[in-house]
Design a protein. Structure first.
Length: 312
């Protein structure tokens, strides 16, 4: 099989042996695989794949068709349209996925959208509902609203009946982000637009002191991105006075049991929203596998709305 491959911190396309499904696993012919910030970090040697996942083939999300099934597989059969988050190796023509991590692809979605769905919608849903327990009528602030997770969080918050605000640095993208259901504001001085019950932090440390100022009493901050910095100074008296909570979360290193539960929540609570036309996967750009290096450069360049996806 061919696969995007990390060689000396660059992306090339190389041939690799075809993987084989083991017990409880299925072999998927990948039709689309989304790019994510973790892939950029893995390319630079800063975020290795977890044990058992390919170290040199990046990619954490995929959509495709089941080719064959290992022993013990019960739910999916060859030909089924499936998608999943995996530990690595998604940006290849073939990938092995444990059956419990798979969800069906909604009939309304094409391959490119399906390939860009699992990571961002799972991450957003887990952060704002499982971690922060966002409720209808509450006020949600999404930092980095134009990115993949940001656009997913905006739509999920709106669909749940929350009042959604998003910060967007690129002024040219603000109108498009607003169309997803958010009040869009500049990054500077965002606390003036609060208070907020839940803040989804996708940028990192520079926002944290002002996040606390912007938080309502009993509010929650969920940190799932630190691209702009990982260390911040907080006023703990203010944290105590507001009875606030700060959560941190990642998905990639979680054990199979936890990932399987998250996949079931995505299937039960998020995928029906796609069938009803309430949410969508904004696509910034798509590239064939042969242009994987160009896809990485497009992702790194910024200034985009939504997902960059490889189509195979």
């Amino acid at each position: 099989m061919r696969a995007a491959t990390i060689r000396e911190k660059e992306i090339v396309v190389e041939e690799h042996p075809d993987p084989v499904a083991g017990t409880g696993e299925v072999l998927v012919r990948v039709h689309a695989a989304g790019l994510n910030g973790a892939d950029m970090m893995q390319r630079r040697g800063l975020y290795p794949a977890p044990p058992g996942s390919p170290q040199e083939i990046p990619g954490m999300e995929l959509a495709g068709e089941v080719v064959s099934c290992g022993d013990g597989v019960e739910r999916f059969a060859p030909g089924a349209r499936v998608m999943a988050i995996i530990g690595g190796g998604a940006q290849a023509e073939l990938a092995v996925v444990h059956e419990r991590l798979l969800t069906p692809v909604p009939e309304s979605l094409g391959w490119a959208a399906a390939g860009g769905l699992p990571e961002v919608f799972t991450t957003a849903h887990d952060a704002i509902f499982s971690q922060a327990q966002l409720l209808a009528g509450e006020r949600l602030l999404v930092h980095g609203g134009a990115g993949g997770v940001g656009t997913a969080a905006i739509q999920l918050g709106r669909a749940a009946g929350a009042e959604v605000t998003a910060t967007v640095r690129n002024a040219e993208l603000r109108e498009q982000v607003a169309e997803l259901g958010a009040r869009v504001i500049p990054c500077e001085g965002f606390a003036e637009h609060g208070p907020f019950d839940v803040i989804l932090e996708l940028v990192g440390a520079p926002n944290m002191p002002e996040n606390l100022n912007a938080l309502a009493t009993g509010g929650r901050i969920v940190v799932i991105g630190v691209g702009a910095g990982a260390k911040a100074e907080l006023n703990l008296l203010a944290l105590m006075g507001k009875r606030a909570r700060i959560h941190g979360s990642t998905l990639r290193a979680r054990p199979l049991e936890e990932k399987a539960l998250i996949a079931r929540r995505l299937e039960r609570e998020v995928l029906p929203l796609f069938e009803r036309g309430l949410v969508r996967v904004p696509l910034a750009d798509t590239f064939p596998l042969e242009r994987a290096a160009d896809a990485y450069e497009r992702f790194a360049a910024g200034g985009k709305l939504g997902k960059v996806v490889l189509e195979l």
